[in-house]
Every structure is written in structure tokens, then in C-alpha cells.
Design a protein around this ligand. Structure first.
Ligand code: ADP
Length: 426
């Protein structure tokens, strides 16, 4: 009932609008009717004719409104305020974002922006929070030209971060404004993409290349030096030749160890996202690693003791990679913990706890500040000590990569003067 009433009301509105639009024609009709009356025609005939012509006019297609009148119709449209929807969308975004009006006034700031840069009252100028002339120039240019712009910017507080800032006009495809009589408003989206992690990875990559080249360059330079000596001053000195060739052999072996470790790392990186799916019993595996390291342990005067539980100790893994993990850990314990003379390997398989393997030495231990960095590539507590023990500085980095692929963790506990404990928890 109510909708029928609304229809009639709408229809009446349409007819009056049409009548207003057809004002000149209606005036002409009324003039003709008056002339007909003056000329002596009967009024019922004149009225019938007037109504008939009126019907013809109303039934005709509406004439498009002239340009000026159309603009007025647009101004009569309900005011379009996109802020609630835009704010709701940006609130769900996890990257810092601002909506700016003309004159760089902040109309909205999402939670991520509040966390990264601190809260800014709505209606403040952007410069109240971001004072960098580069950013303000960029914002000014976009507001003036309506072209998107971007810039790189770093923040020191609350923590050191690098961002790519981008500003772009938002095109809603229609006029926006809070009041019909206000000038159309323009909105701009200022977003912050955090590239700190990318930068860190970039730096790590270039450090890695620099370190790898340095590690290879040292033995290469020494090889070249000995070759020159052998070609020149030591040409006819068999004793020197024998000594130099032994050193050259050591250097070449060091280079090939380094290349092998680098290849291992890059192979592991390629499959880091694929979890291994073989079932591996750790008891025979640890026994195999101990046997393989016996000659080295004997050379160093170290005893490797294994402490194994009853029954199998099975984990999901890649056998060869797990051999590499325990070889690295037990070899390190023998090399660096040598003074303690005993290296204990504990395999734990309590049903309520995760499977664990701990390698414990009673060597000099590792100062606390080095512990968090031990698994970085080429990180060594003492480079000279590592080199003298034929280390490459990549062993624990390889261990960490393998364990990540196995969804396992490496836990390092060490006390200076007492020794170190490297635990793998599956
Ligand atoms: P490297 O080839 O030098 O042995 P790793 O990555 O295996 O490289 O180890 C990194 C560094 O960690 C070693 O150079 C050494 O300084 C320290 N480290 C590792 N294991 C031990 C340990 N059991 N006791 C003392 N220091 C250790």
C-alpha cells in the first residue's frame, strides 16, 4: 500500500518536472485555446482539444536538459562521502597508510601508521608527524600535478626502519564533498611499504659475496706466492719445494672445502621449503657419525662418548643431511672443546618431550655476546683459531639451514671456562 502511494507520488513529481521542462509548449497551447475561444469555438471543444494536445506532449520522449540545468541536477544528488568505506578498508591493511585531503591535511590514519609513526590527530597537517623535506615536496608535487610519486625514507624511532613512501590521488569516478555547495574535494593515499627486511637481506647477500671472495682470495694468493717462489728462488732447493708443496696442498684442500660448503648451502637454500619425509632412526646414525670422526678425535686426543636410550629414536628427516648436522656439531666439539678431552653425545627420547640430541664439551666455552651470531655465515669467535682448525665458518650456518628444513631447532648453551652444549630439538 505504502509503495503504491510512493509510486503515485513519484509519478506526480515526474509529471510536474516534465511540465516545468515543457513550459514553452504549454504556454503555446494555452494561447491557442484562448484564441479559439475568442474566435467563438465552444469551451468544451476547446478544453478537449487542449487536453488532447497536452497528453501528446506528456507522452513524448523527454527532451535532454540543457548543459547548465544538468549540472544543477548533479548538485542535487545526495552528497557522496567515501571516507567511512575508505577508512574501514585501510584499517584492515597491515601497512601504514594515510588519507590526505588537499593542503596535505590528514583525514585518516590507520592503526599500522599509528604503530609505526605515532598517532596524529585528524585534521593536522602531515608535517606535524613527517618533517622530512623530501616527503613534503613529494606530497606537494602530487597535489599540484595529480601524478603519483614515491620516495625512500628511513625512520630511527621507535626502531630503525626503511620505507618506500608512495602517494597517489584516489579516483572515485565521481564528485565528492561533504556539502553540496562546497567545492569538489580530492583525496590522496599516502602508503608506507616497509623494505627494512629486503635491505637486510640485500646487505647479507653482499656481505656474503664479499666474505666468500675474501675466503677464496686468501688461499689463492698464498698459492700464487708459492708457485712464484718455486719458479724462482726455490727452483733448485728440494727441501723448500717439499715444504711449500705441502702448504700448497693444504691451501688447495681448504679452497675445495670452502667450495663444497658453499655448494651445500646453496643446495639447501633451494629446497628449504620442502620438509623431508624419510623415517630416520637417530641411534645408528649417531653411531655412524661417531665412527667416522674417531680418527680425528684420536688425532686431537678427545674421547667421544654416546649415551643412547632403549629402542629406536625415529624422526622424519633426510639421513644424509642429519649426518652432516651431527658431524658438524661433534667435530666442532672435538676441535674447539679439545681441552676438556671428553665429548658427550646424549640422545633423549622421553615420550612426553620432543626428541633431542645434545653434544656437550668441556672446552673453553663461548662468550655470551657471540652465541646469537654463531649460525651466521662466516661468523667465527676467532678467525685464526677456526683457520688453524681447518674451519670455513660455514658449518653452523649449514646446520641451521638443515634444521630449519627439518622443522627442528638448535639451542646453544655455553659458559666460559666450563664448556658448551649444542642441542638439536626435533
Ligand atoms: P668453523 O668452520 O669455523 O668451525 P662453524 O660455523 O662450525 O665454523 O662454527 C662457527 C664458530 O663457532 C667457530 O669458528 C667457533 O669459533 C665457534 N664454535 C663452534 N662450536 C664450538 C664449540 N663447541 N666450542 C667453542 N666454540 C665453538
Amino acid at each position: 500500500m505504502e509503495s503504491a502511494q510512493t509510486n503515485w507520488w513519484d509519478r506526480f513529481g515526474e509529471i510536474t518536472a516534465r511540465a516545468r521542462q515543457e513550459r514553452p509548449l504549454l504556454l503555446l497551447l494555452t494561447l491557442l485555446a484562448t484564441l479559439a475561444l475568442v474566435a467563438g469555438m465552444q469551451w468544451p471543444g476547446v478544453l478537449a482539444g487542449w487536453l488532447l494536445l497536452l497528453l501528446v506532449v506528456v507522452a513524448r520522449k523527454p527532451i535532454p536538459a540543457p548543459e547548465a540545468e544538468r549540472q544543477i541536477v548533479v548538485e542535487d544528488e545526495p552528497v557522496f562521502d567515501p571516507m567511512p568505506q575508505v577508512a574501514a578498508t585501510l584499517a584492515a591493511l597491515d601497512m601504514p597508510a594515510f588519507i590526505l585531503g588537499q593542503d596535505a591535511i590528514v583525514l585518516f590514519q590507520n592503526k599500522a601508521a599509528e604503530r609505526a609513526l605515532g598517532a596524529l590527530p585528524t585534521g593536522s597537517h602531515l608535517s606535524a608527524r613527517l618533517r622530512s623535506p623530501g616527503i613534503l615536496d613529494m606530497v606537494r608535487e602530487t597535489i599540484a600535478t595529480d601524478e603519483p610519486n614515491q620516495i625512500e625514507h628511513s625512520e630511527r624511532l621507535p626502531s630503525e626502519r626503511v620505507y618506500t613512501l608512495r602517494i597517489a590521488p584516489i579516483d572515485f569516478g565521481r564528485r565528492i564533498g561533504r556539502q553540496p555547495d562546497q567545492a569538489p574535494q580530492k583525496l590522496y593515499l599516502l602508503s608506507f611499504k616497509d623494505i627494512s627486511e629486503l635491505r637486510r637481506i640485500d646487505r647479507m647477500r653482499s656481505d656474503f659475496v664479499a666474505n666468500a671472495s675474501h675466503e677464496l682470495r686468501t688461499p689463492l694468493a698464498s698459492l700464487r706466492g708459492f708457485i712464484e717462489t718455486l719458479q724462482g728462488p726455490a727452483r733448485s732447493d728440494p727441501a723448500a719445494q717439499e715444504r711449500f708443496l705441502a702448504i700448497m696442498f693444504d691451501q688447495a684442500t681448504r679452497m675445495s672445502r670452502l667450495v663444497d660448503d658453499l655448494m651445500s648451502l646453496s643446495r639447501l637454500e633451494l629446497k628449504s621449503h620442502i620438509a623431508p619425509d624419510q623415517t630416520v632412526d637417530l641411534k645408528p646414525l649417531i653411531g655412524h657419525v661417531r665412527d667416522a670422526l674417531l680418527p680425528l678425535a684420536e688425532d686431537l686426543g678427545v674421547e667421544i662418548r654416546t649415551h643412547l636410550p632403549e629402542g629406536k629414536v625415529e624422526v622424519l628427516g633426510d639421513r644424509d643431511e642429519l649426518v652432516q648436522v651431527f658431524e658438524n656439531l661433534i667435530e666442532n666439539a672435538c676441535k674447539y672443546g679439545q681441552e676438556g678431552e671428553v665429548v658427550d653425545v646424549y640422545v633423549r627420547n622421553d615420550s612426553a618431550e620432543p626428541v633431542e640430541v645434545s653434544v656437550v664439551d668441556r672446552g673453553p666455552g663461548i662468550p655470551a655476546e657471540h652465541v646469537p651470531r654463531l649460525t651466521e655465515r662466516f661468523y667465527r669467535v676467532s678467525v685464526a683459531d677456526s683457520r688453524s682448525k681447518k674451519g670455513t665458518g660455514l658449518g653452523l650456518a649449514i646446520v641451521k639451514h638443515i634444521l630449519t628444513r627439518h622443522r627442528a631447532r638448535l639451542i646453544v648453551k655455553s659458559e666460559v671456562g666450563k664448556g658448551s652444549e649444542f642441542t638439536v630439538r626435533f
